[in-house]
Design a protein around this ligand. Sequence first.
Ligand SMILES: Nc1ncnc2c1ncn2[C@@H]1O[C@H](COP(=O)(O)OP(=O)(O)OP(=O)(O)O)[C@@H](O)[C@H]1O
Ligand SMILES: [Mg+2]
Length: 369
Amino acid sequence: MLFAIFEEVAEGREIKYPRSAQLIGTVGAGKTSSSLLVGAKLEERARRVGVNLKHVYLNLKIEGLSPFLFYKSLLEKLGVKVSRSVSAEELLKKFIKRIEASRDELFIITIDEVDYYLKNVRGYGILYDLTRIHEAANGVLGKLVGFIFISRSKEWVKRLERAEASTIGGLVIYYPPYTKDQLVDILMYRASEALRPGAFSLDVIEYIAEVTATYKGGDVRYALDVLQLSGILAEREMCSRIKLEHVKKAVGSLEPVFTSLDIEALGLHEKVVLLAALKELRRSRRPSLRLSVIREAYRLLAENYSLVPLSEQDFEIIVEKLADLGALELRGITRISLSPALNERLLEEAIKEDLRVLEGRGCQPRTSR
Ligand SMILES: Nc1ncnc2c1ncn2[C@@H]1O[C@H](COP(=O)(O)OP(=O)(O)OP(=O)(O)O)[C@@H](O)[C@H]1O
Ligand SMILES: [Mg+2]
């Protein structure tokens, strides 16, 4: 369906206005991944008929902290270098110029997490400017051929001015939550890619799908977290197969605790403390660590990231908060262990993302918790 909406423009047919579509659906319903997939397919289709189409994906939660950062990201994705000393308005002009100057390229822009942006950042500047860009600059007509807006609910359109809302258009694609059967298919596919044959069974996959469909609104991200954690637990017990008991343990520890979304919600130094503890536990091969050991590991890791480590008091406040959240398990200051649900790779990625955002804002990382 999404592909069909944009197929014509991707093939270079002339249009009066850009096509647009909204993808609406709950957490983990597959909106982001299908926009990326369809974007790539459209590029491929265009290539086959000799059209140079670019799909540009932007996530407002990550890249939309200010109009400046948004346009900087957008321009960089189009191969334009941006210096710090320009204003957001100048960047918008640069973007228009970039589009106008292109000879044979067509562009489709996807903007993800629109509702998050409208909830958390004042002003509608970016969406206003983008959706009215054709009125301001004739030269982009016929080149900027499509917009895809992604959001968890439709509410955000109501909050726009009527003119913008009409540009965004009425084509809405709903992404219902994944059903149990769909989750089984997805999990089987992902497990076959990530695990050895024989390391999982249909029973286990069906159980994860059932729990996810029943208690987690079909959130596929949760299902994948459970699968991954079950694998880690099985491995830790030297089992060659994931058993139901591993999945139950995984569900139990993920329930109140950490999914990838929870990691995202932590402050930068909180993530660094967790990552330091995780690395130190692995290095030392001990089941738990002393507080002073974690503090030293945190200090070194923070410096590695060019961050000024927090004071001892602030560090302890963070440790307490992480324990309250269930990421750390405290049994006195001599025995601190970690929730088995924590994922080193996700933490590392989240830290890098935070650092990128801070750098973009020109902030001192130190002040950010
Ligand atoms: N059909 C699928 N097959 C395999 N993996 C999938 C499928 N759909 C989603 N996923 C995976 O599930 C995760 C979550 O999907 P996605 O990010 O697309 O959800 P979303 O609807 O954008 O959620 P959110 O509203 O939280 O952003 C991703 O890691 C994605 O790769
Ligand atoms: Mg998404």
